[in-house]
Design a protein around this ligand. Sequence first.
Ligand SMILES: [Zn+2]
Length: 254
Amino acid sequence: MSGNIKNLKLELVKEEIERYDRQLIIKGWGVEGQKRLKASRVAVVGVGGLGSPAAIYLAVAGVGELVLIDKDVVELSNLNRQILHWDQDIGLLKVESAKKKIQKLNKNVKVETIKEEINRNNIIEFIRGTDVVIDALDNFRTRYILNEACVKLNIPLVHAGVYSFTGQLTTILPKRGPCLQCIFPRPPREIEKFPIVGVTPGIIGAMEALEAIKIITGIGTPLVGRLLIFDGEDFTIEIVNVQRNGKCPVCGGK
Ligand SMILES: [Zn+2]
């Protein structure tokens, strides 16, 4: 699925065979799938409510390299949902707080940290060479920047967003399905301080990790051209088809 995973010659050591024992026996996974994960580099853009569970599950699954991107420091009001950050971390950079925990979870994962706000100039260099990018941002202004860069570099992008008890998820394989701009031509109305219970990004962020793992191992069918809409209040999950826009200013006609 992901075309640019390199260095599959990396062998698994005995410790890894034991650590990943229960996933190695999944149909279609095996040593080959695990080697693909080990050789992969995934960017998690935003290390908050969505980025925490996404990074945790990517790390424990054995992704070789994680690139964590976030400019913010940990605040007390983050702690109801951003589970990589604890009381002791208030005032620390989120990327540093997250790196400490991830390395304790799985010492095999290499963690790179970038403490910058993304913009059109820097994002290309930040994500170049990654196999999947996780959108764990909280606003469409920066999501559109990320989407453009992923389309330009032809990198799969897993998008998610959450609000209160609800969330949404889709996967963008550039040129093979709609991009974020095709699906959301205009940004939805956003407020800076939106309501949220931590379980919602916990669920949706874990689903983002699952999509990335599927893309890397080649197992299953990612949510390309499909938008999953989750409502935890009534417990409904809807999946709607979404189309490419031939006139999309980001991906149309290219
Ligand atoms: Zn598009």
